[in-house]
Design a protein around this ligand. Structure first.
Ligand code: SF4
Ligand code: SF4
Length: 441
């Protein structure tokens, strides 16, 4: 695609990056076929190609974003299916991230929308606040039926529709908190390795059983696990809201504490059980590339970050106890398959450990979770969830496995089939307890 940025504009490293990305796009439109919003809404401006054009216009003309541009960028899930499909290697992720920052900086949203986004950005990354908000949401759940259901994919979903979506996502009960930062779990027998395990923010409130299963499995296989003290939310949630100041501050704080841990006691890897977080931590090196103090340490931390299944694929697990009579529908989280390009490892691990693994039709399409998307765009999100659940039902699973808490909560909201994390199944197969029902129940 031809671009016309001025030399002065190109002096800005972000614009220079955008220019490189835009020039790689040949406007072929292959990406439209796998874009969930284009598949649902059929509007070119809700496709990757349409959004790329809108972003180009906004950046090139250096104009404040219009309501129309904001509408179509807000509808993007950042699922990155378009990046998997694109034959020209267009880095849509870096482009849309930049657009979101520009919108956050230069566009004045209606007051209620600004307030809601501020609350989400403040509450979700703080586990204590998030826990308190979930308790409040449980009190509000009996009144969900009184709130109106939107009839169409509105340009701007209503505040009531968003509140309804939030209440519907709240779990029926909250589990007890998991172990605190600073805890170290010794390897059983001879130590074969030492890893940090990301504690996460929403996940540690909604499903501490996920990291518990990871700790159980890893220590049983000779890996020492540390929950690094003073670690923060990875920044993914605020990054996707365009609040880069917050996201970068969190990235710097995490780089500092993980680097300290690696230098003091050694770390073979920083393991992540929520793939949405893993995708952003692997981006720390890029996000902090212009920061003279943090650029190199951030790149080292990104290189250490691994999805839990990526790490387990490289070690020998204990013989499986499974007999092959449990059918698993494997839901491939977008952040794992498109963001991190991890497609085979989770399924191979499950198959090798005795599960019957079924691919879900249209597995490239997002379930509608996408960070805060299911709250901010509840109508599109629920249509995507219903489509995902209908596809899952065709393989008649005993359980659904996923590697991302956001997807797990989203899918569990529309099915009675138990939704578990891949690591819970692997822990079960190699000596741990059978995973229970989801924490929504
Ligand atoms: S597939 Fe890639 S090159 Fe083609 S229109 Fe989409 S982003 Fe551009
Ligand atoms: S990130 Fe997902 S929703 Fe956004 S343009 Fe790409 S495919 Fe479409």
């Amino acid at each position: 695609m031809k671009t016309e940025f001025s030399l002065a504009q190109l002096a800005d490293p972000d614009i220079a990056e955008a220019d490189k990305i835009l020039r790689a796009c040949v406007h072929c439109g292959f990406c439209t076929a796998t874009c969930p919003t284009y598949v649902l809404l059929g509007d070119e401006l809700d496709s990757p190609r349409g959004r790329i054009y809108l972003i180009k216009e906004m950046l090139e003309k250096d104009r404040p974003p219009t309501t129309e541009v904001v509408k179509h960028i807000d509808r993007c899930l950042s699922c990155l299916a378009c990046m998997t499909t694109c034959p020209s290697g267009v880095n849509y992720m870096h482009l849309v991230d930049q657009a979101r920052v520009r919108i956050e900086r230069d566009y004045s949203r209606p007051l209620t929308e600004r307030a809601l986004r501020t609350v989400l950005a403040w509450v979700l990354p703080r586990p204590a606040l998030f826990r308190a908000s979930m308790i409040l949401a449980r009190l509000g759940r009996p009144f969900v039926g009184l709130l109106p259901t939107p009839k169409t994919a509105a340009a701007t979903p209503t505040l009531l529709g968003r509140i309804k979506a939030m209440l519907e996502l709240a779990p029926g009960r909250l589990p007890s908190p998991g172990p605190a930062g600073g805890s170290v779990f010794q390897a059983v027998g001879t130590r074969r390795g030492r890893v940090a395990l990301l504690q996460g923010c929403a996940q540690q409130v909604l499903a501490p059983r996920i990291n518990q299963a990871a700790i159980n499995l890893l220590t049983r296989h000779g890996i020492e696990v540390v929950l690094v003290k003073d670690e923060q939310c990875c920044g993914a949630l605020t990054h996707h809201l365009g609040r880069d100041g917050d996201a970068l501050a969190r990235a710097r704080a995490n780089v500092t504490v993980w680097q300290r841990e690696a230098e003091q006691d050694g770390l073979d890897a920083i393991l992540v059980t929520a793939s949405g977080c893993g995708t952003v931590i692997k981006e720390y090196g890029f996000m902090l590339r212009e920061d003279h103090e943090f650029a190199r340490p951030a790149a080292r931390i990104s290189a250490l970050a691994k999805d839990i299944t990526e790490y387990l694929a490289g070690i020998e697990l204990a013989p499986s106890r499974q007999r092959g009579d449990v059918t698993i529908a494997y839901h491939s989280a977008c952040s794992l398959q498109h963001g991190q390009k991890i497609t085979h490892a989770p399924k191979d691990l499950l198959s090798k450990n005795g599960f019957v693994v079924k691919d879900v039709p249209e597995s490239h399409l997002c379930c509608g979770s996408a960070g805060t998307y299911n709250i901010l765009q509840p109508d599109i999100a629920s249509r995507l969830r219903d489509r995902k659940i209908a596809n899952i039902a065709t393989v008649e699973p005993d359980m659904i496995a996923a590697g991302n808490i956001g997807c797990m909560v989203q899918i569990a909201g529309g099915t009675s089939v138990p939704v578990v994390h891949t690591i819970e199944l692997l822990d079960w197969a190699t000596g741990g307890p059978k995973p229970g029902l989801t924490d929504r129940d």
